[in-house]
Design a protein around this ligand. Structure first.
Ligand code: FPP
Length: 254
């Protein structure tokens, strides 16, 4: 809210934040990048201009996460519900991974970043999936930050698919009911090789999860900001990590 007020007053947000402690950095940060449309509308621009500027914010956040030593960064880029948007907007969004990777892949490689994706590949256009798969192939041996794009991702579908797989194994006699536990379920999800997010950031002032990593976020710290995604900077990322570091995580204990 405060930064929106600053913007309205024609001033930029404060340029400096206290630096987070480097020994208490969240391993996994997940972000719901929201507010592209409203950012564009406020400026009399078409919604796609917001998405395009939103794409540029990704690079800032990757740099900020990498600098702090975050190990996994998951970005909600396109949900299974986003297909309901007008075709022009969907087409534009589908082009963004390719555009982003054309501009940024060299730097990602140089930064030892490993690109990953989670979501349903089958409905995505070939140019989208080819670009992501090519980036995954080129960065597969990298050992630094894992940059995980949630693309055509929906948490309920992910859980239903996992449950169907488990049910099938029970039906075939390969699994007993007693063997079904949190670890087994987690292993069937699209994030099976990632730890659960420690910190979830959502921009634009909306306070909901929007079908994003519902299982994995069970004990994550949530941080919401009024800042629209296209104006999200390294300073905001540092502020989120700083707030995370001030929380006491109890995981249901005392
Ligand atoms: C939500 O804002 C944002 C999206 C649905 C798309 C997010 C995508 C990007 C930021 C770029 C993706 C780029 C790559 C490389 C994958 P909204 O459109 O719902 O905003 P609004 O709520 O203000 O309308």
């Amino acid at each position: 809210m405060i930064s929106r007020l600053w913007t309205k007053l024609g001033k930029s947000s404060p340029q400096k934040a206290e630096m987070p402690q480097l020994d208490k950095v969240p391993d996994h940060v997940a972000i719901i990048m929201d507010g592209n449309g409203r950012w564009a509308k406020d400026r009399g621009l078409p919604r796609i201009a917001g998405h395009h500027t939103g794409m540029k914010a990704i690079n800032r956040v990757v740099r900020a996460a990498d600098k702090l030593g975050v190990k996994y960064l998951t970005l909600y880029a396109f949900s299974t519900e986003n297909w309901k948007r007008p075709k022009d907007e969907v087409d534009f969004l589908m082009r963004l991974p390719q555009q982003f990777l054309e501009i940024e892949l060299e730097e990602l490689i140089q930064k030892n970043v490993k690109v990953r994706m989670m979501g349903n590949k089958t409905d995505l256009p070939s140019y989208t999936i080819d670009a992501v798969e090519q980036a995954m192939e080129k960065t597969k041996d990298n050992t630094g930050l894992v940059l995980n794009f949630a693309l055509n991702y929906g948490s309920r579908k992910e859980m239903i698919d996992a449950i169907k797989e488990i049910a099938g194994e029970v039906k075939d006699g390969h699994l007993s009911l007693e063997q079904i536990d949190e670890q087994l379920m987690g292993g069937k999800l699209l994030s099976s090789d990632l730890p659960d997010p420690d910190l979830l950031i959502r921009t634009s002032g909306e306070l909901r999860l929007s079908n994003f990593m519902l299982w994995q976020l069970a004990y994550s710290e949530l941080w919401f900001t009024d800042i629209y995604w296209p104006e999200f900077t390294e300073i905001h990322f540092q502020e989120a990590v700083l707030q995370y570091q001030r929380r006491k995580r109890r995981f249901g204990g005392l």
